[in-house]
Design a protein around this ligand. Structure first.
Ligand code: M6R
Length: 360
């Protein structure tokens, strides 16, 4: 049941410290600076030259997160919408690893793309929540995110666990490919281990409910970010539109001036996600919206320069650069939840949507 919570979505947001701890259990060893994914012995990915991630919806945003992190680790990779794969897949060969990211393991679009990749001779892995799912059976190997059942149609805890597992997988691929662990692994592991506590603290102190109340009657909601923060901006907007039924869009912060800025008014709050990737530029982009009257909400640590510039602030704990976006995402999950609740939407079952989309 929902226990003390009004909705499964809120319960699942609050389960993230536990679900992440479960995902990480036995898989990271900060003391010895190692990652151990039991089904993937060191060397498994030695021949991988490039990686394609395929997924839909929220899982696509996690895939984008994993793909950007992998590029930053020096491995050629790309995230592709599974429903576009049949018409736009880049060539695969036997050095290509294709990673299907799917919470349910039953999404028709993702299964089709996975089957195509299998038929073309790629090595395939699925990152999924469901043991025994079709994706787990049909991919060469499966990596389970161990998030526990997710009842709310809006994916929350599974996004966080997917992104974290993709970061771990990416570190293993990069280590095998380069013959040594990535330089930032040593700094990343203790911060990964600290994630459950960091999210706990964030959930306890979040002011997302008050913020949602302040802006619940706006015209449109924009989310901007750069790099890993861009995938979080896309995810923030998807969650917001899915459960509030209000118009929301995510943009790469640098894209704002290439068109979307025409939509910006005092009625369009802009959530700016800061992940330490050229934050100065993102701040400048946010200020361009602010100049047009839009309220800017900075999602960043307390001592960040953006706090002084922005109209409002949602706080995230200090962490490793690869993880800041995931903490920001939890604040955005809460904003969406509280905005939808104020608007009296059926949060766990939004109209027209299904938890598992088994048609093309
Ligand atoms: O089960 P999957 O991860 O393959 O599902 C993919 C999407 O349908 C899913 O993430 C959808 O976008 C979420 N309901 C969004 O919250």
């Amino acid at each position: 049941g929902k226990g003390e919570f009004d909705h499964f979505m809120l319960k699942e947001i609050h389960e993230q410290p536990t679900s992440l701890a479960q995902a990480l259990e036995g898989r990271i060893d900060p003391e010895n600076e190692r990652i151990a994914l039991s089904d993937f012995e060191p060397g498994t990915f030695a021949d991988v030259e490039s990686v394609q991630f395929i997924a839909c919806g929220t899982s696509y945003h996690a895939a984008l997160y994993g793909s950007l992190a992998l590029n930053q680790a020096g491995i050629r990779s790309t995230a592709l919408l599974a429903n576009e794969y049949s018409v736009s897949a880049p060539p695969v060969d036997d050095d290509t690893l294709v990673v299907a990211v799917t919470q349910s393991g039953e999404t028709a679009d993702t299964l089709n793309a996975l089957r195509q990749a299998n038929a073309e001779g790629a090595t395939t892995v699925t990152v999924t929540n469901v043991v025994g799912s079709t994706a787990a059976r049909e991919a060469d190997q499966a990596l389970f995110i161990r998030a526990g059942p997710e009842i709310g149609v809006a994916a929350t805890k599974t996004f966080s666990s997917q992104a974290v597992m993709l970061l771990l997988l990416g570190q293993c691929i990069a280590a095998d490919h380069h013959g040594e662990p990535p330089a930032d692994l040593e700094a990343l592991l203790p911060e990964l281990a600290a994630m459950p506590d960091a999210i706990d603290g964030l959930l306890e102190t979040s002011e997302a409910d008050a913020l949602a109340e302040q802006y619940a009657h706006s015209q449109s909601y924009f989310f901007i970010g750069r790099g890993l923060g861009f995938s979080v901006a896309l995810e923030g907007a998807l969650k917001f539109k899915e459960i509030t039924y209000e118009h929301a869009e995510g943009f790469a912060s640098g894209e704002l001036k290439h068109g979307p800025l025409a939509l910006v008014t005092p009625e369009t709050p802009v959530f700016a996600v800061f992940t330490g990737e050229e934050d100065e530029k993102t701040l400048k982009n946010a200020e361009e919206a602010q100049t047009r009257g839009a309220p800017v909400i900075a999602v960043c640590p307390d001592d960040h320069r953006a706090v002084d510039v922005a109209d409002e602030h949602l706080s995230i704990p200090e962490t490793a650069p690869d993880l800041a976006g995931l903490l920001a995402n939890v604040q955005l999950q809460l904003v969406s939840y509280y905005a939808a609740d104020l608007l009296d939407r059926p949060i766990d079952k939004p109209r027209n949507l299904a938890k598992s989309v088994t048609v093309e």
